[in-house]
Write a protein that binds this ligand. Structure first.
Ligand code: G3P
Ligand code: CA
Length: 242
């Protein structure tokens, strides 16, 4: 099977990251899946936003965790990208899962809990995925190993992946110990040897964030399971040419 193309935070070059327009555009461009980041509001609603702080991608200030969902809904998460996307709101995880009902794209939900630990985030996200019957479309990833251990323990039977940007000789062993299905690695960690060793240990390799034709082609030629890109249209043309 050919490398799965996930639109990283949606089609995040052409539209504001982690918003419904970015997801919609990824779908229109033909991405196989969508990668997104989830955090919890003060009232424990899972919302899709990358940074813990609201400053970079909204007109708000302070931390996601210090605002209620109602408060976050008032913010503009699109104006910073371009005028066209003024008045775009921060989506809840429900919005994405509901939207995907008739599309059935693959979804990579990253638990963005490497800097802030959100109590119960694992259970809240898994329950949502089950409620929308999306288990077979979803892989849950995280840099937070404690969190991945927790998901394995909860036995939701939803695929999981360990995210890493650090070179390590124990990566495969770590993945096995955590009970994850895959390793989502930064591009500079990619080597044929790692892909082969992972396969021998029944772990898949997915690579982030790959935007240049040369790197896209290298990931696909190495038969990686998936890649994450801000430019899904470029990735699709590279894959089609190989
Ligand atoms: O899931 C791959 C990638 O999204 C991880 O890094 O910082 O873009 O969330 P980041
Ligand atoms: Ca991410």
């Amino acid at each position: 099977m050919s490398t799965i193309i996930y639109a990283h935070r949606g089609a995040s070059k052409q539209a504001p990251e982690n918003t419904m327009p970015a997801f919609e555009l990824a779908y229109e461009l033909g991405a196989d899946g969508i990668e997104t980041d989830v955090q919890l509001t003060k009232d424990n609603i899972p919302v899709l936003i990358h940074d813990e702080n609201l400053r970079r991608t909204t007109n708000g200030a302070g931390f996601v965790q210090d605002h209620t969902y109602e408060e976050l809904k008032m913010l503009d998460a699109g104006y910073w990208h371009s005028d066209k996307y003024r008045h775009t709101v921060i989506p809840a995880l429900d919005d994405l899962l509901e939207w995907n009902q008739d599309k059935q794209l693959k979804l990579n939900i990253e638990l963005k809990n490497n800097l802030i630990e959100y109590p119960n985030l694992e259970k809240i996200v898994c329950e949502k995925v089950k409620t929308y019957n999306m288990d077979s479309n979803v892989v849950i990833s995280s840099f937070n190993r404690k969190s991945l251990k927790e998901i394995t323990k909860l036995k939701y039977d939803i695929p999981t992946a360990l995210l890493t940007s650090k070179r390590s000789n124990s990566l495969i062993e770590d993945g096995k110990q955590l009970g994850v299905d895959g390793l989502h690695i930064r591009y500079r960690l990619l080597s044929r040897k790692l892909v082969e060793k992972a396969a021998e240990n029944k772990l898949y390799i997915a690579v982030y964030t790959v935007n240049q034709p040369f790197s896209l082609s290298r990931v696909i030629k190495n038969k990686c399971h998936a890649l994450f890109t801000d430019v899904p249209d470029t990735a699709i043309s590279v894959r089609n040419r190989l």
